[in-house]
Design a protein around this ligand. Sequence first.
Ligand SMILES: Nc1ncnc2c1ncn2[C@@H]1O[C@H](COP(=O)(O)OP(=O)(O)O)[C@@H](O)[C@H]1O
Ligand SMILES: [Mg+2]
Length: 252
Amino acid sequence: MNTIIEGKNLVKEYRLGKDNYVHALRGASVEIAKGEMVAIMGPSGSGKSTLMHILGCLDEPDGGEVCLNDRRVDGVSGRELTKIRSRELGFVFQGFNLVSTLTALENVALAAEYAGTPRKLALRCAERALRRVGLADRMRHMPSELSGGQQQRVAIARALVNSPAVILGDEPTGDLDTATSDEIMVMMREINETTGTTFVLVTHNPEVGEACDRVINMRDGVVATTGDEVSVTMQPFVEPGWSAEPSMAVPT
Ligand SMILES: Nc1ncnc2c1ncn2[C@@H]1O[C@H](COP(=O)(O)OP(=O)(O)O)[C@@H](O)[C@H]1O
Ligand SMILES: [Mg+2]
């Protein structure tokens, strides 16, 4: 597997009080290939968001390893981690999380500026990202003037603006009606296929799971099943009617 992001034996405990811990992750391992679109599913409280936050360098594990692009990122200093996060990763959340006092264009440009892009270039990159998500005619709108689906498109443009290797989403379609949710999924899939950006989406929605290459199932803080690994290499071509096992040969 051409791995882009990997978590090994991840442990995360939240301390609620003296001698009272919640074991959010109890040795969760997961490996995601470059260019894959995967869903993380499982019951509420099974550790999906915790896993996504740790894979996305938003939170640190108490045990285990995280590798991004063959580089260990657990234990990396806060400042360096912020840099990795802003340049190599993009995030989409359920509640869109746009800055309400900035236009769509400014919201997206801000993410480019955070990553070190000069203002003028940041605005150009933001324009391109907004076109890509179909919002060419809404760039100067404020978030309050946009529908939920449009706001989530702005958030996806913001996640895309620095051309990250991986986009992580926590219930990205959770606040959207079915039709809008489908539209957003089709768009993310198209971005995945045309740009090769890896997507990791935490979801409750079985349709989102179905639209992905693979579903990783969480249960009680561990990865229960990881679905079929999607191979990015070509399968060897086998002529119809031919089989390596003579007894299995199908006459043509
Ligand atoms: N900041 C926190 N403080 C204390 N407990 C937490 C915190 N975040 C998550 N938890 C607990 O950790 C477990 C896993 O949570 P989470 O990763 O959010 O699960 P999921 O996203 O699958 O619903 C749950 O029992 C949850 O209550
Ligand atoms: Mg969650």
